[in-house]
Structures are given as C-alpha cells and as structure tokens.
Design a protein around this ligand. Structure first.
Ligand code: NI
Length: 167
C-alpha cells in the first residue's frame, strides 16, 4: 500500500470532471486500497479520486469512530434527495478551513462496489453530507464554491500563503 499525494485548492486539477469507470479492475482495487490508507492517514472521512489526481469516478468514505467501516462508491449516482441540513464541512483539499453549508438531509445512491457489482444505499446525516461532498469532487466542484466570492478569495489567499511557506 502507499500514501498518495492530495491536491490542494486552488490547484486546477481539482476542477477536472471525472470519467466513469469502464470496468473495475485490479488497478482500481489497488488504487482504492491506497485511497483508503491515504484518507485514514490524513485523517479524513472521505476522499474522491479527483483529489489524488486520478480522474475516474471513485469515492471512499468512512465515518465510523473505529475507522473500520469503509464504503467504496464507484460511478455513484444520486437517485433521490430529501430535506435540508446544515453542517460544518471541511475538505482534505482545503486544509484547516471549515464552513457551514446546506445539503440534503437524506440521499439514496446507486453505485458499483469493488467487485463491480451494482448496489443501492440510503444515507442520512453526516454520511449523506459526505456522499454529496465527495460526489461534487468528481464534477470538479469544491465546498468553497458554495461560499461568497469574498470568502472564497480569502481562503484562496490563505492557502496560497501556507503553500508558499511550506516550500
Ligand atoms: Ni473534499
């Protein structure tokens, strides 16, 4: 297994729209293991392939306390969404920034698992937020895109400064 490099806002590669996975292969399964390891190490509760500069539609999520309930969604599709909730969101690609956003309270998604089998799942609360957040990544969208231009500009400057200082 290997830790993967996570792209940080405002990196343009985070704006790439991911392509559907044609067929789930061993290459994808290895990548998924590495994505999970990278997410746990960060630590985070969700990671989209886009964030590690691989532009196919793959997400990993684990919101459990024990970090032993990984969820893998390949080619996820939102079938239904319902209600509204407010949540303080963060993102491994926007380190140190947390902002309150509105998302649907409940979602139903369809996806493929690591074996390439189709399944459906219902999620609510934090898991629903996480699925919506990660699916946005596959469209090249970040949670900061929901904020005002002014706020987004401030976050961009802050992160650019951090990145310069880290060099
Ligand atoms: Ni994110």
């Amino acid at each position: 297994m290997a830790l993967l490099n996570i792209l940080h806002f405002p990196d343009d590669r985070l704006r790439t729209k991911a392509k559907p996975v044609d067929k789930v292969t061993d290459k994808h399964r290895t990548l998924i293991s590495n994505m999970l390891e990278t997410m746990y190490d960060a630590p985070g509760i969700g990671l989209a392939a886009t964030q590690i500069n691989f532009h196919e539609r793959i997400l990993v999520i684990d919101i459990s306390e024990e970090k032993n309930e990984p969820i893998v969604l390949i080619n996820p599709e939102l079938l239904e969404k319902e209600g509204d909730q407010e949540f303080d969101e963060g993102c491994l690609s926007v380190p140190g920034i947390y902002e309150t956003l509105h998302r649907a309270e409940k979602v139903r998604v369809k996806a493929l698992n690591q074996k390439g089998e189709s399944f459906e799942m219902d999620a609510h609360g934090l898991l629903a937020v996480c699925i919506q957040h990660e699916m946005d990544h596959l469209e090249g969208k970040l949670f900061v895109d929901y904020l005002s231009q002014l706020k987004k500009q401030r976050i961009r400057k802050k992160l650019e400064k951090q990145q310069r200082n880290a060099m």
